[in-house]
Design a protein around this ligand. Structure first.
Ligand code: HEC
Ligand code: HEC
Ligand code: HEC
Ligand code: HEC
Ligand code: HEC
Ligand code: HEC
Ligand code: HEC
Ligand code: HEC
Length: 467
């Protein structure tokens, strides 16, 4: 959605800076309804914006209440500021024009008519939050489509169906929005995945962590905001966190944390005594600035098959130096810990990474390649032979859990869900591989591999020219 906003009106609105919350008298309504907010119209709000608020207050009281409780509402930021579109924008809601031809609603007439879009992208937010949007745009969150289409066998080999992808992968990673007959398609919308590709070319969705229409920092600072995607057998960060001492402290004392302190002022030791995902990966601390690029502060790519430094991660090399980034993370830790405690933690992490790479991953990969070279495993598809699955789960499931458990202080994940399982998988994998080699026998290929029908063409929006 491109925008030509009434800057004058906006500037004026901000100058007046009416505390909307104060202007709202509370009235009692029927039980089970949120208390209805009486909304007194404020000066300098365009009449079109007043229409959105009044009509949607009646149509969707829940949505209205969220907005009315947000800092945006207190700052006089209206529906129009975010949703306004041009009539020729690809994501304009054509159906919505009908709302201005209604006789049953006071604001449903032509004089309030304006083009809107349901999609509000990082580009729209960037008008007022340029730094956050810029940092976000270089993160792996925003660019995940570019990454996954280069390396993922489910996609590249078409091993799952388009709807399996939609309900799973793309729910977290984001869809590529598409309009047909003036409507966003059910294959691509609604979606608030981290790397959604929008019709205005921007990448991502700020609502992944700040759900509409509260857009609160409090929500994003809590581990649950990340845990909706960062969970499960292959990236169990929320489980790891909840198992760690930091998570225990959150469980015990989280109710007393000052979650709502102003942006950029959330201070370790003052506002909270144990870090959350956001404290370590995003929020400012000491001399370290808040960042919306989650690749900052990382010194390893511990999700990758072979652990490498972020700047050596081929699908999207980080433009950072791992030593500088590690020092930033350490500076966060040292708001609460002594140097030796923190340095020693990293010595342990580096050792775990090295042992995983050398003892488990490299020999398993060499064996897999040997089997392909001998023609005992078939290369045309992935996941249709048992050894391929074993190899995949070795790095993608238990291998990641071992490394991530060690990185974030969860011994049960590092060992029982991690290295212990690695050993078991490795032994079985090697045993079966040697069997095949000694009998020169081809592996069984799953004949009726269901639903391996997914589109394998790289979407062109993923790699636009110049990228
Ligand atoms: C700060 C920007 C912002 C403001 C202000 C805002 N919205 Fe939204 N709105 C969004 C975002 C972001 C989404 C989610 C869509 C997306 O992910 O692109 C959304 C979604 C919606 C949707 C579709 C969601 C659904 O569940 O059907 C409606 C309807 C909507 N907004 C109406 C309004 C109304 C009415 C107001 C004013 C009371 C308003 N918005 C104010 C950003 C905003
Ligand atoms: C007279 C009533 C009325 C007014 C005025 C109005 N809306 Fe709506 N709007 C609706 C209704 C009803 C729907 C749901 C339509 C449906 O269910 O198909 C809707 C849907 C939407 C959607 C979702 C559109 C989609 O394609 O999914 C957004 C976003 C939205 N309105 C924002 C706004 C904004 C911003 C304004 C002010 C510029 C506004 N509305 C003014 C009644 C209104
Ligand atoms: C027209 C300008 C404008 C637009 C567009 C806008 N914002 Fe804001 N936003 C503000 C202002 C002003 C504040 C500060 C309000 C305050 O401090 O009371 C704010 C505050 C915030 C906060 C901090 C809230 C808190 O709890 O402290 C978040 C998060 C946020 N915006 C996210 C977004 C997102 C996401 C979008 C796009 C969907 C967006 N904003 C679009 C002006 C805007
Ligand atoms: C529950 C949400 C979720 C689902 C469902 C999901 N992913 Fe992911 N995916 C993630 C998260 C979170 C990560 C980040 C892991 C990390 O860095 O620790 C990730 C990482 C990845 C990576 C590694 C990217 C890199 O930088 O190395 C690929 C590739 C990937 N996912 C592809 C897929 C595909 C394909 C599917 C469906 C078959 C899928 N994912 C399903 C959340 C999800
Ligand atoms: C991965 C989760 C996540 C996503 C996605 C996200 N944010 Fe945030 N955002 C946060 C966290 C966590 C904070 C709180 C930082 C702190 O403690 O002050 C925050 C804070 C903010 C603030 C308050 C000012 C600040 O820098 O602290 C604004 C404004 C904001 N986000 C806007 C955006 C916009 C715009 C987008 C989309 C481009 C976006 N956010 C996407 C997690 C996220
Ligand atoms: C809507 C899903 C979603 C949410 C919510 C989410 N993430 Fe992610 N995150 C992902 C996906 C998908 C990836 C993998 C991107 C890739 O590498 O392709 C990822 C990757 C990451 C990475 C790895 C970056 C790298 O360079 O390897 C970190 C760190 C991260 N997320 C932290 C967070 C934090 C902290 C939060 C909460 C404040 C959060 N995420 C919220 C989906 C999500
Ligand atoms: C005590 C601080 C701390 C907390 C709390 C924390 N992390 Fe981490 N996280 C780390 C460290 C340290 C690493 C390893 C960094 C490196 O590469 O040097 C890491 C690694 C990661 C990675 C792997 C990045 C990669 O290589 O793919 C992801 C994803 C991640 N964290 C997400 C989360 C999420 C989500 C939460 C909350 C559920 C969380 N973290 C809580 C410190 C923390
Ligand atoms: C907001 C303060 C805070 C921050 C930031 C923080 N920690 Fe902690 N951490 C604690 C507290 C409190 C404990 C509990 C110490 C105890 O056992 O008494 C703890 C415990 C630990 C433990 C011991 C775990 C165990 O099970 O014994 C390790 C290791 C650790 N932190 C490492 C780190 C690292 C590394 C970072 C940065 C990536 C970090 N911490 C960031 C407050 C913090």
């Amino acid at each position: 959605m491109k925008r030509v906003i009434q800057f004058a009106a906006l500037a004026c609105g901000l100058a007046v800076f009416v505390a909307m919350a104060a202007a709202m008298a509370v009235a009692q309504t029927a039980p089970n309804q949120p208390k209805e907010k009486e909304f007194r119209i404020v000066r300098s709000m365009p009449k079109e914006a007043v229409a959105c608020i009044q009509c949607h207050k009646a149509e969707n009281p829940g949505l209205f209440a969220d907005w009315a409780h947000s800092r945006h509402a207190s700052a006089n930021i209206t529906c129009l500021d975010c949703h306004k579109a041009e009539e020729f924008d690809p994501d304009v809601s054509r159906d919505h024009f009908r709302q201005y031809e209604r006789s049953d609603r006071p604001y449903g007439t032509r004089e309030y008519k304006v083009a809107i879009s349901a999609v509000v992208t990082p580009k729209d937010c960037s008008r007022c939050h340029p730094d956050e949007a810029k940092q976000y745009s270089r993160s792996k969150h925003a660019n995940t489509h570019q990454i996954i289409w280069q390396i993922d066998p489910w996609l590249k080999k078409g091993m799952n169906s388009d709807f399996e992808r939609l309900s799973g992968c793309l729910h977290c990673h984001g869809t590529i929005l598409e309009v047909k007959d003036g409507k966003l398609t059910p294959e691509t919308w609604p979606n608030v995945g981290v790397g959604r590709i929008n019709l205005d070319g921007s990448r991502g969705s700020c609502t992944s962590c700040h759900t509409r229409h509260r857009f609160s920092v409090m929500e994003a600072r809590k581990p649950e905001a990340c845990g909706q995607c960062h969970l499960g057998p292959d990236h169990p960060q929320i489980e790891i966190y909840m198992e760690s001492k930091h998570g225990d402290i959150y469980t015990a004392h989280g109710d007393d944390y000052n979650w709502d302190s102003a942006p950029g002022t959330w201070t370790p030791g003052v506002d909270f005594r144990g870090p959350t995902c956001a404290s370590c990966h995003m929020s400012g601390a000491g001399t370290v600035l808040t960042s919306h690029d989650v690749t900052e502060r990382l010194s390893w790519e511990i999700q990758a098959p072979l652990t490498v430094r972020p700047q050596n991660f081929k699908p999207l090399p980080a433009k950072t130096d791992w030593k500088v980034e590690r020092d930033k993370m350490k500076a966060v830790c040292m708001q609460c810990h002594g140097k030796n405690w923190v340095d020693n933690h990293y010595v342990k992490l580096d050792r775990v990474v090295q042992e995983y790479n050398d003892v488990y991953f490299k020999p398993a990969k060499a064996m897999l390649q040997k089997l392909y070279a001998k023609g005992l495993l078939d290369k045309s598809k992935f996941f249709d032979e048992r050894l391929e699955i074993d190899y995949y789960e070795l790095w993608h499931h238990e291998g990641r859990r071992a490394r991530m458990g060690a990185a974030m202080m969860a011994p049960d994940y590092a060992w029982w869900h991690g290295f212990y399982e690695c050993k078991k998988r490795y032994n079985n994998f090697m045993e079966e591989a040697r069997e095949l080699i000694s009998h020169n026998k081809k592996a069984y290929v799953a004949r009726d591999y269901p639903n391996a029908t997914g589109n394998t063409t790289r979407p062109q929006q993923t790699f636009p020219q110049g990228r």
